[in-house]
Design a binder for this molecule. Sequence first.
Ligand SMILES: [Zn+2]
Length: 363
Amino acid sequence: MVKKIAVGTAVAALAAMALQLQASAQQQGNAPARRAVGGTTAGNDAYPTDDQWKNSKEAQALVAKAKAAAGKDEKLVSRFDKACTVLGPQRPAVLRQNAGLPAEPQRQVDIVKLFDNFYFFGFSTVGAWAVTTNQGIILIDSLNTVDEAEKIIEPSLKKAGLNPADVKYVIVGHGHFDHFGGAPYFQQKYGSKVVMSKLDWDMIERPNPNARGPQANRPLPKRDVEITQDNQKVTLGDETITLRITPGHTPGTLAYYIPVKDHGKSINILMLSGANITPDRASLDAFKKALDYAKQQKVQALINGHPGLFGDEIGWMEQIRSNPNGPNPFVLTVDEFGKFADIMKDCAEARLVAMDTKKTATN
Ligand SMILES: [Zn+2]
């Protein structure tokens, strides 16, 4: 117990430090305050400015179209509010920082069964998932470190009545340490196969000149399975997860299509490891195709690696925990999800066209 708290506190302290560093960088010089944003392959300036966003008629027409699609559907209106801003869906810590609010300490979230065969555990800011099959477990992401795999993931699985030795695969959504950090633990202890896009394997294996201290010395998982093409599948027993590559946050960020059971009913869910960070046209095109494929697959829920991007995910999990037989707040109808996908596409397009205005204006 004491150990658990120590781990959580250390991570929270590191997160707070990172935010402070960014905040002090913001205060230097007379340049306009730099906003904190989610990282992209094109750098953190790959978002329109507030003025570009407001003044681009084309962008605002797309926003109006997305708003109309949300209509009066409360679930869609709250998702529109998160998706259709100048920075798009961002982690709550980033939004707090931009609003000048102090960082909230990260807290550990007790394991929660989101669907009959799909569990969440980890922290309020980043999590991992377990998909159970009739031949073992597929873990999705692995928190920050080997230590967290041992002290958080392993006990969480046991608490849910699952055997950590049954983890056959660890699929890592993208090559950042808060997703792959715990993977070596399962690879070494249980022989789990680690899956990542080829592009992100290449990325993490390149020496990183900016990595310092514990990050530079962090053990990497060894390359087991590479995702090299769209619709590549990972099958274990009666479960098949389909993967697509949606570059933007990293070169090979993954989107997952996962069949789950919601109170016995089969539905498909979509996981976007890189939220909807689409800094350029190629990235936006891949993102649109991924959402169109989700519509084709009649997806009904969207999950992200970091809770709080698309809604009050931590609150929704509490709701499931307190009322496990009630309606699942993550789940939309097929029709609602289709509209949500269109809203995300239009709002990402709006950000890109708002930036295009800048390019034409300054060139
Ligand atoms: Zn990341």
